[in-house]
Ligand binder design. Structure first.
Ligand code: ZN
Length: 362
């Protein structure tokens, strides 16, 4: 494989108006090129493409590289009009895939990540539904999943890469592992909990578990970092997928969207999964990166519940001073939410975006 220097065009990163699909699997999508053109039409211009096992890693890299070469070959005065959006590859060993892998998988992953400084670590994680049992004999045991997850989180710390984390019925275990990494001062630069579906009362605990500490904290259950420090420095981010569009699971997720600090929220499709959820939300829609706009639409609506519509702001004005509630809680437009999420994206992924830009400077 040719080793191109992969980095997002600066014009994309300097923009304020792009939607980012922060988690999907382009390797698993059947018709990738038409799907990417569709993404471009819907303003989804950056796509994080995850690979889940060693067989997918090279394929994911090769595909992303092919698209990147198109950007590199554009005339310098025309950096923003390629026909395709910009994919960023992530490589990891998914909790469902741990069995039957070569014993060298972790070293192989390290080698590829070193070759590609722009690559993140994902998809990794824990899944308590898909564990070895009579129902699912082919899945790995929970201790096997935990060992692989720990190794990859530690590798992400060592190589300074963001991680995309699968978390199904394992939020407490993820929180414990992140807390231990924090206490050892070995946290990755960002942990993105993808397709978040955990309970809302874990949100502050997860944020705290992922807040770096300058000294080893005391071993007491009641140790807590100051809230302001957590809000400012936590390395945890929550990404919502098409599951939020599903009527049956919507209410608990709606609470999460409202409770998570706005600068910690990201969105994704997890394409090609959750096809029926996108189709049920909008006729003709399917699970592809372009459908990130549907998640955006719904998250914006949720964030606006209880806020002041623009009309009432105008109608209720009796003098030049806006009412306090209007200042504190104005209605958000989709553009407001896109701008906030794009800035969150740049913050969460800064370790790979800044390294590659430094390398690309003459
Ligand atoms: Zn996934």
């Amino acid at each position: 494989m040719t080793k191109q220097l992969i980095f997002p065009p600066k014009a994309i990163l300097e923009s304020h108006s792009f939607i980012v699909d922060t988690h999907c699997h382009l390797c698993d999508c059947l018709t990738v090129h038409p799907l990417l053109e569709n993404s471009r039409e819907h303003n989804v211009n950056i796509i994080i493409s995850n690979a889940t096992n060693p067989c997918d890693w090279e394929e994911n890299l090769t595909f992303c590289e092919e698209v990147h070469i198109q950007y590199h070959n554009l005339p310098p005065d025309q950096p923003l009009h390629p026909s395709l959006p910009f994919p960023i590859p992530f490589l990891g060993l998914h909790p469902w895939m741990i069995k039957h892998q070569p014993t060298t998988w972790l070293d192989d992953l390290r080698t590829l990540l070193l070759q590609y400084p722009m690559c993140g670590v994902g998809e990794i994680g824990l899944d308590k539904i898909k564990i070895a049992s009579q129902k699912f004999p082919d899945y790995p045991t929970f201790p096997m999943q935990t060992a692989a997850f720990r190794q990859q989180i530690d590798l992400a710390f060592e190589l300074n890469r963001p991680c995309s984390v699968h978390c199904v019925r394992s939020v407490g275990n993820i929180c414990d592992i992140l807390t231990k990494q924090r206490n050892k001062q070995r946290l990755p630069p960002a942990v993105i909990l993808h397709s978040y579906g955990g309970p809302h009362d874990f949100i502050p605990l997860l944020l705290e578990a992922c807040t770096p500490v300058s000294t080893i904290p005391p071993k007491t259950k009641h140790f807590h970092l100051p809230k302001e420090e957590v809000l400012a420095n936590s390395r945890l981010f929550f990404s919502f997928s098409g599951t939020i569009l599903d009527k049956t699971g919507r209410d608990p997720l709606a609470v999460c969207v409202r409770e998570i600090p706005r600068d910690r929220i990201l969105i994704e499709t997890d394409a090609p999964t959750f096809d029926s959820m996108y189709a049920a939300f909008e006729e003709g829609a399917c699970s592809e990166p372009a459908s990130t706009r549907l998640v955006l639409k719904h998250v914006t609506e949720l964030l606006n519940e209880g806020r002041c519509p623009a009309e009432s702001q105008e109608g209720e004005h009796t003098n030049d001073q806006p009412l306090p509630s209007e200042v504190d809680n104005p209605l958000l437009t989709e553009q407001d939410v896109i701008a906030q999420m794009f800035s969150t994206f740049k913050r969460a992924y800064s370790s790979i975006l800044t390294i590659t830009h430094k390398q690309s400077d003459p």
